[in-house]
Design a protein around this ligand. Sequence first.
Ligand code: SF4
Ligand code: SF4
Length: 473
Amino acid sequence: MAEQGKDNFRDTIGTLDKEGQRAWVFPKKPDGKWYEYRKYVSYVLLAFLFAAPFIKIRGNQFLMFNVLERRFNIFGFPFWPQDFHLFVIIMIIGVVFVILFTVAFGRLFCGWVCPQTIFMEMVFRRIEYWIDGDRGKQIRLSKMPWNKEKIKKRALKWTVFFIISFLIANVFLAYLIGSDQLIRYITEGPFKNLSTFISLLIFTGVFYFVFAWFREQVCIIVCPYGRLQGVLLDKKSIVVAYDHKRGEKEEGRAKFKKNEERATTGKGDCIDCSACVHVCPTGIDIRNGTQLECINCTACIDACDHMMEAVNLPKGLIRYASEDNIEKKEKFKFTPRLKGYTVVLGILTAVLIGMLFLRNDVEANILRLPGQLYEHKGEFIISNVYTFKLVNKTVNDIENVSFKLQSHKGTIKQVSEDHFTIDGQGLAQGTIFIEIDSRALSSDKDRVEIGIYSNDQLIETTTASFLGPRSFN
Ligand code: SF4
Ligand code: SF4
């Protein structure tokens, strides 16, 4: 681990040594209240992550991101290329959400929800503790020559890592191409779908590389969200923070001497035990302040609380706190600013949910045939010709589909049959004529409203322009 001076701040990232080489982090196994909470959260999230592509709602996969075919399912709602505007709005809401959330609550997401942290800290790291042992044993093992014990442990760990990476790659593929497709490929065997199998192995390789070797570098170097922290956090943001006022006091931190009454010495409450540093999975010293590398994993809170308990000092020297909380010694308050952000986040979430529920299962586009004017049919009847495109966004067939004019008295005639079926996730297109009595028109270019019915149930309405003569009546 990168050696850090007591009084000097670093000028390199925490996982590089003086020669610019990777300084491998051997974090001590966390243990404590927050770690327990995070374990429970991780169980729920892992179950969700693995189950989501296999859950179906009204026949639609719960979550799917089929980039190749531009088909996305979010919470069982299918999104088509026609829904791109909605998708963009969701993305914008997502970005605003992330910004507001981060300004108020710091990197809470990184420590508790991010799949990288969940897999790294709650799956791969725990397997590593199980096979290699805790920090001390891991350091010893890494320095050991390639003897029988090391070969056995490394072979076991890398095999387990590979199997889990392969599992994750399968689930990842289920998100990308759909779980039905994946199950079909698995039952048909890899050699019938060689290109998919090769993609699967490439994904496995990427996951293996990330979790077996690249690790915390993802959060420090690659993740754009992590790099945004510098501009998003302010003095009121709640982060995992070291209470430097309490930790340093007038005389600074100092090692604890047996039977010492720290409160009467003028020394800070930090006993300089380095427990918070040894436990940190990104290899930093939180006592240097909020840093880019900190993923708010809470491991240092637990480690420090144990030390405080051991020397009979109050817990919470490292805790969730804002800079203002620490500087002004104010207790955490749900400030009007935080309340405001929470309300905005609540409204955005409600808007998003509303948008999803108000969305129709059918997308209708009816356009007047370009270059065509109206046509007289008898003394007063005016006819316009249109092309229509109906997209069925559900997986079920929509049967007995017909058109009815809603806004004007008139008729809609289809060129082919009057009633038709739109296949699940399919498209129906054709030509229709709309005929309206010119005396019912209010201008030479009226907006007409057309209802799309399935079994006489209105399933969608759309509008189109209707041309008529300049002088009517
Ligand atoms: S400083 Fe603490 S909260 Fe931040 S990454 Fe390290 S152990 Fe986790
Ligand atoms: S664990 Fe707490 S007492 Fe120990 S060095 Fe870190 S901040 Fe100081």
